[in-house]
Design a binder for this molecule. Structure first.
Ligand SMILES: Cc1cc2nc3c(=O)[nH]c(=O)nc-3n(C[C@H](O)[C@H](O)[C@H](O)COP(=O)(O)OP(=O)(O)OC[C@H]3O[C@@H](n4cnc5c(N)ncnc54)[C@H](O)[C@@H]3O)c2cc1C
Length: 388
């Protein structure tokens, strides 16, 4: 009987180690110099760091080759995401952005002028984007919740409405905004908006993580027809394309943070005593670490299964939801236990990253779809077709 090999092939293992080494060699020392709640590196330092990443062959990992990227598989991106998150700012700024950022993948379907104006500069590190779906009426069910209205007037769309909790607007030059052009699920269209367009305003919304998302408002904001993304009323397909592809590496990043938290707690427990005995010898702490190790390994396999399915061009939706629920909930349990092992100091001392990771990981159970919605997607398979 032939057995599968449960080891990564050498080229994947080498790739994973290359990212790990870059984080250890370049990122960890740089972060030491930043404030505990910093959200990014100053621009000049970032440019130098990005030059090193380019030299190491770690630039634009996911972007299509025809636009200058490496077009790595989802599996490879998943391996990179798990490694790149393992540092203080890693939850929301993996690798401190050394590896560059991609435009929202829905823009790869844009017109030639959209590709030249937005996609290429973003992949080259000269522009940054946001992706605006969520509105004050909710984010879990965009097909119903999107109320921002776009009405065609001559050669422009006129947008009125608002978005909330949108990441990256503060750093971006442009973004993709979804608005209602007709009633129902098939009535949503995507648009590319630039900051500074008349009638488009934004402000930060304070939340529990240090990098605040933003609220956007549109008041008779005129968006030229050529800024429409894809076909009219085909926006819901674009939203799904963005969400399903993203949530696999997103979950891998959470598992990476859980690994970093474990390492931190183990070192802390080895160095600190409780009632005169090394904490690492305390059996309740050992069991917390054991449970965490078991769950992290299981979560990684689920993420890998989803990535593998996506790379085979099969529909990964169910596997991605299974991985997202288990991976993000595991990471939350792990960080919670790590804080329990270190005690109050973990929450009081801002130099320790655990408190920050705890706040940031809590959001990950809601972002990219809350656990309840993913459970609903997983459960669709049990329902008779007409009810799913
Ligand atoms: C820091 C941060 C950054 C974000 N960045 C972005 C961004 O860049 N772009 C963007 O578009 N959005 C972004 N979001 C929004 C995020 O995607 C939404 O918070 C998420 O989709 C959930 O939407 P909601 O918070 O409006 O919850 P709601 O849709 O109001 O749901 C509330 C709760 O109800 C439960 N629920 C919902 N539906 C069901 C159901 N069918 N069955 C059972 N329970 C259900 C869920 O537990 C959910 O948490 C961000 C959010 C945060 C906090």
């Amino acid at each position: 009987m032939a057995y599968f090999n449960f080891q990564l092939p050498k080229e994947l293992e080498d790739f994973r180690l290359k990212v790990r080494e870059f984080i250890t060699r370049e990122i960890l020392p740089l972060e030491e110099l930043l404030e505990p709640d910093a959200t990014r590196l100053p621009q000049e330092q970032l440019k130098k760091l990005q030059a090193k990443a380019k030299e190491a062959g770690l630039w634009a990992l996911g972007a299509p080759k025809k636009f200058g990227g490496q077009e790595r598989s989802i599996f490879e991106l998943t391996l990179a995401a798990e490694e790149a998150s393992q540092h203080r700012l890693g939850a929301y700024n993996p690798g401190l952005n050394a590896f560059g950022s991609e435009p929202p993948n829905v823009l790869y379907e844009g017109t030639e002028s959209q590709i030249q104006k937005y996609v290429i500069p973003t992949i080259e590190g000269r522009a940054h984007a946001f992706m605006a779906i969520t509105e004050p009426s909710g984010g879990s069910d965009p097909a119903r919740a999107i109320k921002t209205k776009a009405v065609l007037d001559g050669d422009s769309w006129v947008l009125n409405g608002s978005k909330t909790f949108i990441t990256g607007v503060d750093r971006a030059e442009y973004g993709v905004v979804f608005a209602r052009t007709d009633p129902g699920r098939e009535g949503i269209t995507g648009f590319v908006l630039e900051k500074g367009m008349p009638g488009f305003n934004w402000k930060e919304v304070p939340v529990i993580r240090p990098w605040y998302p933003c609220e956007l408002s549109f008041e008779n904001c005129r968006v030229p027809l050529y800024q429409q993304l894809g076909e009219k009323n085909k926006g819901f397909r674009l939203i799904n394309k963005w969400l399903v592809r993203n949530r696999i590496p997103y979950t891998a990043g959470c598992i990476g943070l859980a690994c970093a938290a474990m390492r931190y707690a183990i070192q802390y427990a080895q160095k600190h005593e409780l009632n005169g005995v090394s904490r690492i010898k305390n059996q309740s702490f050992q069991w917390m670490l054991d449970d965490s190790e078991i769950e992290i390994r299981a979560a990684r396999w689920l993420v890998w299964e989803a990535a593998w399915k996506a790379d085979r061009k099969e529909d990964p939706r169910r596997e991605a939801s299974i991985a997202k629920v288990f991976g993000t909930e595991t990471a939350n349990r792990v960080i919670d236990r790590c804080i329990q092992i270190c005690g109050l100091e973990a929450l009081a001392d801002h130099e320790m990253p655990l408190g920050r990771w705890y706040r940031e990981l809590r959001i990950k159970r809601i972002g990219e779809g809350p656990s309840e919605v993913h459970r609903m997607i997983i459960g669709r398979d049990y329902l008779p077709k007409e009810e799913s």
